[in-house]
Ligand binder design. Structure first.
Ligand SMILES: O=P(O)(O)OC[C@H]1O[C@](O)(COP(=O)(O)O)[C@@H](O)[C@@H]1O
Ligand SMILES: [Mg+2]
Ligand SMILES: [Mg+2]
Length: 339
């Protein structure tokens, strides 16, 4: 079969032997995400027309004003995942605490927990700039037949069994990994089918794009300031200065950099000593994808996926992208933190 035109459904079936656990489970997990993504995509594409823009009137546990599309996407993903009889728990950026899913027989037999950022890049919803959804999947660690506990969610990123994102941009794509490389599928909206458009995605080892909100420059640690200066310096070989690109949607910035080569940094700042991004449903899944695509992800010092989580909504500084660029940024962080 000509792989380029393989559908997501066919790809899942053809590659399910790669999945460490029983085959059908992964299909049901990814299929439920695929379905919810289609429903959310439908609303995203009408943002501005329908009453789906603007604030929902509540704030989430992070103190952020929830956008109507945050709430809508959250409900769709939770509903679809719950109906598929595959998850025993869900944690979301938009829910203070994790949700226990008993399962139709109320016997807690399901084996997976899913952590989601239902709508990433919320500040871009109303201005017609691409946004996304991020998901991270683990096998539960507590005994099945009992309700999930916080331990099932506070697993290190290196225990993820699958992770991915949906980008709602010029086209809508699902990009995911189960630990065997990264593949991207583009939605053909006319027929509602995802096709394998980006097989075996790879982060170029080097790139010429840096993505950081320089509006916070004054608050950045010295290492980050030094790295930005390095990116902006002119070199005889024309390698630098790099180009600055920042969409303000993590999914879209990482997606671009994975295709073109580049680094995304959301560092700690004097106002936000742990940075802004959440470890469990933003940094861990993007780190898993980045590493599976030959890239790298750290908090400037430590590999993101080796960090032991302690809270559901904890934040970490995030450096992610082309391997050699992240290594260079870490060198500046190490140098500046030496006494
Ligand atoms: O506006 P800032 O401070 O640069 O933050 C932008 C970052 O915050 C986020 O919007 C946080 O994600 P949410 O929109 O899911 O809360 C990232 O997508 C993005 O990279
Ligand atoms: Mg987000
Ligand atoms: Mg979000």
């Amino acid at each position: 079969m000509n792989k380029t035109f393989q559908t997501l459904g066919e790809f899942i079936i053809e590659n399910q032997s790669e999945f460490a656990y029983s085959s059908g489970e992964l299909s049901r997990l990814i299929n439920s995400i695929r379905l919810a993504a289609k429903v959310v995509n439908h609303e995203v594409n009408k943002a501005g027309l329908v009453d789906i823009t603007g604030a929902a009137g509540d704030t989430n546990i992070q103190g952020e004003d929830q956008q109507k599309l945050d709430v809508y996407a959250n409900e769709r993903f939770i509903q679809t995942l719950t109906n598929r009889e595959i998850v025993c728990g869900i944690a979301s950026e938009e829910n203070d605490d994790f949700i226990t899913i008993e399962g139709h027989n109320e016997d807690h037999q399901n084996k997976y927990v899913v952590l989601i950022d239902p709508l990433d890049g919320s500040s871009n919803i109303d201005v017609n700039v691409s946004v996304g959804t991020i998901f991270s999947i683990y096998r539960r660690v507590t005994k099945s037949g009992t309700p999930v506990t916080i331990d099932d969610f506070l697993q290190k990123g290196n225990q993820q069994v699958a992770a991915g994102y949906i980008v709602y941009g010029t086209s809508t794509m699902i990009v995911y990994t189960t630990g065997h490389g990264v593949n991207g599928f583009t939605l053909n909206p006319a027929i509602g089918t995802y096709y394998l458009s980006h097989p075996n995605m790879k982060f170029p080892e080097d790139g010429h794009i840096y993505s950081i909100n320089e509006g916070n420059y004054i608050q950045f640690p010295q290492g980050v300031k030094d790295y930005i200066k390095y990116c902006q310096e002119e070199t005889e070989d024309g390698e630098r200065p790099y180009t600055s690109r920042y969409i303000g949607s993590l999914v879209s910035d990482i997606h671009r950099n994975m295709i073109k080569g580049g680094i995304y940094i959301y560092p700690e700042t004097s106002k936000a000593p742990n940075g802004k991004l959440r470890l469990l449903y933003e940094c861990n899944p993007m780190a898993f994808l980045a590493e599976q695509a030959g890239g790298k992800a750290s908090n400037g010092y430590q590999r993101i996926m080796d960090i032991q989580p302690t809270e559901l909504h904890q934040r970490v500084p995030f450096f992610c992208g082309s391997k050699n660029m992240v290594t260079k940024a870490e060198e500046f962080m190490a140098k500046s933190s030496k006494p």
